[in-house]
Design a protein around this ligand. Structure first.
Ligand code: G16
Length: 540
């Protein structure tokens, strides 16, 4: 086997963010850029000689180029086997499952998730460890440190036909091109009551699933249409496209507007759902009823025992700090712990591995369980379908019943995108400094009870992650959280998370319930003064 050593020099800014390294395609396409990052991964991650590596991506522009190069580099770096999805496709949850099922030492997932794709848009690489989950901060810090000193990358010559299922050799390494859907579909069938869902479908239950021209199309067609019997055409935009058809594959009320409108129409199907670029996020909309991701987590947790995979009950629930406290109320009622982690799925990994939690979720449309170590869009859809099929109720009826029992956490996230980075940092710095003086401050009808910068101590390994978002808590139980996104590729994105709880008032409009908080966010943080923006770009 001939190993070529290519001299290189470090690039600035290869620090993984909330979920891997995300940059514009033109940044990744520079000579040595992707290679430096991948070599840095191979230089620092733990593995035995001849280990297995999983590689797959969401099918976005530039995927195939990087996948073939990563395979050549894996061969030169001593891996014994690469498992790669046919066509370079593997959804993030499917990759997580494949890593676990085949005992791989880790995986490279090529995706920028919900960010747009195409020659002028976004690309990303993240590394997942042997448990199938995103690399924890200790590993991403080591990868970043290595990117700053790297002076060569290794590769062997060779080509791979990513479209042909089967096994090849690249250098001395085996490359198995695998069916990206089969293992995942089998896992879903083991967790959920497919027979009950099939009966509901036969009885006239209908749904619309928007794959947003991204990776979940093939998975959704196989599971929803072929295995569960939903009508052909239930899966919309089901062919993965390199540019996602020019859209943002982000399942929210802005980018999945067509689905939302269809679900609010008089002839709406019973159930609507969407997933994102790499298949780990989900959007749930019942007929005439939108469910926030925070509520979805709570409602799934309260009913999960109706699915065979969770019939034994839940060990615990975990949610990211900005996610609403709706799930906490369910955990309390179930008598199980609820953990509050920083934003980023990687923070759930230890809790799941230690058996402390079964279900996790985030306000950013992520929900998942201990079946893999990533959030999982189709899993959430199937758990909803299982629950609705067994209970024979509508999404709206289930939501109302839930709120009547637990009260309702009215919730919204306001995003200010592509803000000047210096202005966004100044806002956070000024607010951080003001935190100690905030308690007691009266803003309209609200009084600040406490304010802090969220710091997390991992209960399993004791690691501390500080500076994870600024929290302003009001005497009435309402809350505002301010933080900067770690997944953007242009300037900074300021996220403002708003939450108001009512035990009894469960049928109000969200904007009206949050109006005082929106005004308070402006008064406390000076968003317009710092950013020049008077309204958010995206409200979810
Ligand atoms: C990633 C992370 C999530 C996080 C989301 C938003 O999701 O895996 O844990 O909640 O980003 O992060 P931020 O608020 O920092 O932009 P994805 O779907 O983009 O991989």
């Amino acid at each position: 086997m001939t190993i070529h050593s290519h001299p290189t020099t470090p690039f600035a800014g290869q620090k993984p963010g909330t979920s891997g390294l995300r940059k514009k395609v033109r940044v990744f396409a520079q000579p040595n850029y992707a290679e430096n990052f991948i070599q840095s991964v191979f230089d620092v991650v733990e593995r035995a000689p001849g280990a297995t590596l999983v590689i797959g991506g969401d099918g976005r522009f530039h995927n195939r180029v990087v996948i073939v190069q990563a395979i050549r580099m894996a061969a030169a770096n001593g891996y014994g086997r690469v498992l790669v999805g046919q066509g370079g496709i593997l959804s993030t949850p499917a990759a997580s499952h494949v890593i676990r099922k085949y005992g791989a030492s880790g995986g490279l997932i090529l995706s920028a998730s919900h960010n747009p794709g195409g020659p002028d848009e976004d690309f990303g690489i993240k590394y997942n460890i042997a448990n199938g989950g995103p690399a924890p901060e200790a590993v991403t810090d080591a990868i970043f440190a290595r990117t700053q000193t790297i002076d060569r990358w290794l590769a062997v010559p060779g080509e791979v036909d990513l479209d042909r299922l089967g096994t090849n050799l690249v250098g001395d390494m085996t490359v198995a091109v695998i069916d990206p859907v089969a293992d995942y579909a089998e896992l879903m069938e083991s967790l959920f009551d497919f027979a009950a869902i099939r009966r509901a479908v036969a009885g006239g239950f209908t749904m619309a699933f928007d794959a947003m021209s991204a990776v979940t199309g093939p998975y959704a067609v196989e599971i929803l249409e072929r295995r569960l019997g939903f009508a052909a055409g239930t899966v919309r935009n089901g062919t993965p496209l390199e540019d996602f058809g020019g859209h943002h594959p982000d399942p929210n009320l802005v980018h999945a507007r067509e689905l939302y409108d269809a679900m609010m129409a008089p002839d709406a199907p019973d159930f609507g759902a969407a997933s994102d670029g790499d298949g780990d996020r989900n959007l749930i909309i019942g007929r005439h009823r939108f469910i926030t991701p925070s509520d979805s987590l709570a409602m799934l947790a309260a009913n999960a025992h109706l699915a065979p995979g969770y019939a034994g009950g839940l060990k615990g629930i975990a949610r990211s700090m900005p996610t609403s406290a709706a799930a906490d109320r369910v955990a309390k009622a179930l008598g199980i712990p609820c953990f509050e982690t920083p934003t980023g799925w990687k923070f759930f990994g230890n809790l799941l591995d230690a058996g402390k939690v079964t279900i996790c979720g985030e306000e950013s449309a992520g929900t998942g369980s201990d079946h893999v170590r990533e959030k999982d869009g189709l899993w959430a859809v199937l758990l909803w379908l299982n629950i609705l099929a067994v209970r024979g109720v509508s999404v709206d009826a289930l939501a109302r019943e839930h709120w009547a029992k637990f009260g309702r956490n009215y919730y919204a996230r306001h995003d200010y995108e592509a803000v000047d980075s210096a202005a966004a940092n100044a806002l956070i710095a000024e607010l951080t400094q003001a935190l100690p003086s905030l308690p007691g401050r009266v803003v309209g009808p609200l009084t600040v009870a406490a304010a802090d910068s969220f710091s997390y101590t991992d209960p399993v390994d004791g690691s501390v992650s500080a500076g994870q978002g600024l929290r302003v808590l009001f005497a009435c139980g309402s809350r505002i959280v301010f933080r900067l996104s770690g997944t953007g590729t242009e300037g900074a994105t300021l996220r403002v998370y708003l939450e108001a709880y009512s035990a009894t008032d469960i049928d109000r409009e969200t904007p009206a319930m949050l109006a005082d908080l929106i005004a308070a966010a402006e008064a406390i943080a000076g968003i317009a003064r710092h950013t020049g923006r008077t309204r958010p770009d995206v409200v979810t």
